[in-house]
Design a binder for this molecule. Sequence first.
Ligand code: ATP
Ligand code: MG
Length: 272
Amino acid sequence: MTAAVALTVAGSDPSGGAGIQADLKTFSALGVYGTAVLTALTAQNTRGVTGVHQVPAGFVGDQLATLLDDVTVHATKLGMLGTADVVRTVAAALADRPGGPVVCDPVMVATSGDRLISEEAVDAVRTDLLPVTDLLTPNVPEAAALLDVPPATTVEELAPQAHALLELGPAAVLLKGGHLGGEESVDVLATAGGVLETRRPRVRTSSTHGTGCTLSSALAALAARERHARNELDWAPLVDEARDYLQAALEAGESLGVGSGHGPVHHFAGRW
Ligand SMILES: Nc1ncnc2c1ncn2[C@@H]1O[C@H](COP(=O)(O)OP(=O)(O)OP(=O)(O)O)[C@@H](O)[C@H]1O
Ligand SMILES: [Mg+2]
């Protein structure tokens, strides 16, 4: 039996806690061979982002085509795509699922609340990317931006918004409630079969850099291990397993002592 292979299409975070660095660590921790197509370089540490250098859309397309021409990829995770051109290029390249099921983390809004992508790129995500997405994993502000509604402020508002996002084309939606606060961190999974809540006790830690990247890449790794066609994938148990992995990584994050801001989660908690 050869290795399960996952692909991340995302930006670089030199501090290693988010972006492709976090994705490759997550793939590795979960026993999956990682491949990566870079969409952007960021200048970034645990305190913030000071610059972004975008890869031209044509070269993102070249990276994808060359990789997929040779390597069999069992699942793909999409992170920061940045521009409308890159969004459209990636959506076109993955329309026939050459890289297996697509987990799309629609990175749009920084933790600071700043928009990371233009209104045109948000439109391209809506019209081009959501229809080729098997699992969409927005946070609260991203769901609001995609739906053009005010951000949810309570857990009760998550299910109707997840349902509304499902109408835009993805096969499944995991709306993450990390930003809502409270004793538990609640995510809502919406599929054609219905709605399911996943709850974990909220970890009191400053090491929360890259939680979203880590969750979506864990989901892609677990999907790669399943090696099923998109319609056969049952996301509910994978969400449970991915959140268990993230929970342990959050609990051990501060022990790494990396950086002076919001440090990384520990991708190899219990493994080192
Ligand atoms: N303190 C915490 N304790 C437990 N789980 C958390 C905590 N913070 C976030 N989570 C979980 O982490 C995952 C990411 O959620 P969040 O809403 O923070 O996404 P995000 O905003 O996209 O993350 P990022 O800021 O890394 O992009 C979700 O499963 C959420 O429930
Ligand atoms: Mg995020």
